[in-house]
Design a protein around this ligand. Structure first.
Ligand SMILES: C[S@@+](CC[C@H](N)C(=O)[O-])C[C@H]1O[C@@H](n2cnc3c(N)ncnc32)[C@H](O)[C@@H]1O
Length: 478
């Protein structure tokens, strides 16, 4: 109880972050509303006097607040909270000074542990509404979901800062303006240490470019990645100039000031490989603690699955494992190591669209039964599906499949083919940063005879509405 009272007091002592959202020069309707739920994008849901649903930014469920309507459609309105009349016990003072403008974090006004609780609620809603999972699987998911809390501050090992010649930081909410920052609460401390250097040197580079008249207007995005060897690697992710023919010269000036070497490699600790290196163009899991954590969960599921072949005295000699959307192959050799623990041969394949990532994968897994394939995953699946249709008796089906797609997921068609390409007894591990794609794609597995075995929600994106889910689905075992 004391805990809640303190939180309310601190909230009342500083109301600035709500007021800063408010632009008094624009006249919008104002109302006092009481919210009754939270939407999956972190806004409170309330009903307007005219009966229309209102989504209110910076408000929590069960609060009463004076709000300003900023956007109206026939069936819903968007609003911002101006003054909270009765704060929720879960309300806290946002820990970051840039919260009123920066579009990066949406949940800083909610107590950290409660952010994770809301996310698990949103996840079940998504399974029901978007995935249309049946009640048996929803009940099972509620029973087995493991909610995993990760550190919520200074956790990001990779970020992208925008720079326009003057301001360095993230984009403002619903705007192209850049919020100038000197510190970011969710970026790693090593990345924070680079901000002053970055701003100073980008300004010098832009000045030189302007003085030499190569370009007058420029904007760039710099990606920073903290490696496990204490270094921060910089990458120019975007660079726009108003005089395209001079772009290469401008880039050279930028690289000189940032002391960027293009061949620079990111070093990571790998749970089982002696060394893991990747080209900086490759994807990297953003949270500092995630690689080891996801690896451990997938490893346990793979071990249990392969062990069941020993128990059942199966004659199977060779197992096939796919890691789709493999990136630089952080998980690609995992089934091989699992097989080794049980004296089983597992042949692994990683499929990924970015060449640099596959180069890294093939280097990281040299001398192992692991092959990196550059391809679009959906095209790869389609080709394999056709191969199986043509020669079903010779086709080597997949026993263990790891799937870690981008936000859009794999899509229903690819998932239906995956169901056909997996062997009668198989394990599919689906890791997702978009719960809606996860819900939609994995329903196809459930309809294809797979059973939900494990489900984890990792709150790997503290203070934002995002989270990662990992589901293991098994077919034909037990
Ligand atoms: C979420 S990341 C997963 C990477 C890897 N599992 C890891 O943890 O490092 C998704 C990866 O899929 C790749 N990708 C996205 N769409 C693709 C597609 N249609 N075909 C092949 N690869 C794709 C991206 O380049 C990225 O490396």
């Amino acid at each position: 109880m004391q805990y809640h009272r303190n939180r309310q007091k601190s909230f009342h002592s500083k109301k600035s972050h709500l007021k800063a959202n408010h632009n008094p020069s624009i006249k919008h309707e104002k109302e006092t509303l009481t919210s009754y739920a939270m939407s999956t994008d972190g806004k409170a849901i309330a009903r307007s006097e005219d009966g229309i649903i209102v989504f209110v930014k910076d408000m929590i469920e069960n609060e009463t607040a004076k709000v300003e309507i900023v956007h109206k459609k026939s069936n819903f309105k968007n609003a911002i909270a101006l003054k909270i009349e009765n704060p929720s016990p879960h309300r806290v003072e946002p820990p970051c000074n840039y919260i009123s403008k920066c579009g990066g974090c949406q949940l800083q006004h909610i107590a950290p542990e409660m952010q994770s609780v809301f996310k698990s609620r949103w996840f079940f809603e998504t399974l029901k509404r978007i995935g249309k999972w049946d009640s048996t699987n929803i009940n099972l998911s509620e029973k087995i979901l493991s909610l995993i809390y990760l550190k919520k501050e200074h956790y990001r090992r990779r970020v992208r800062f925008h720079f326009n010649g003057k301001d360095l930081g993230f984009k403002e909410n619903n705007s192209n303006n850049i919020v100038d920052i000197s510190h970011c609460l969710i970026s790693s401390l090593k990345i924070n240490e680079k901000i002053a250097f970055l701003k100073d040197n980008l300004s010098k580079a832009f000045n030189e470019i302007q003085e030499k008249k190569f370009s007058r207007q420029m904007e760039c995005e710099i990606e920073l990645t903290e490696c496990d060897d204490e270094k921060v690697v910089l990458n120019i992710a975007q660079f726009n100039v108003d005089q395209e023919p001079n772009k290469e010269i401008c880039l050279t000036i930028l690289e000189k000031y940032l002391t960027i070497q293009n061949e620079q490699i990111i070093h990571l600790k790998h749970p089982e490989l002696p060394r893991f290196r990747l080209k900086k163009q490759s994807f990297i899991q953003p949270h500092m603690d995630c690689i080891a954590l996801y690896y451990q969960h997938i490893k346990e599921a793979a071990d249990e699955f392969l062990k069941s072949f020993i128990k059942s005295k199966s004659e199977k000699k060779q197992f096939i494992a796919w890691d789709l959307y493999s990136g630089a192959g952080i998980f690609t050799a995992l089934p091989y190591f699992a097989g080794k623990r049980f004296d089983l041969n597992v042949q692994c394949f990683g499929v990924e669209g970015i060449k640099e990532a596959i180069d890294s994968l093939n280097n990281n897994c040299k001398n192992l039964p692991v092959t990196g394939i550059i391809n679009n995953v959906e095209i790869f699946i389609d080709k394999e599906f056709k191969k199986k249709l043509e020669q079903p008796e010779n086709y080597k089906e997949v026993d263990l499949l790891i799937l870690d797609p981008p936000r859009a997921g794999s899509g229903i068609e690819a998932m239906q083919k995956i169901v056909e390409l997996c062997s009668k007894k198989s394990l599919v591990v689906y890791l997702a940063c978009d719960p809606a794609s996860f819900a939609r794609d994995t329903r196809v597995l459930l309809e294809g005879g797979f059973r939900l075995k494990n489900l984890n929600l990792f709150d790997a994106f503290g203070h934002t509405v995002h989270y990662e889910v990992l589901g293991c689905f098994e077919r034909g075992n037990g």
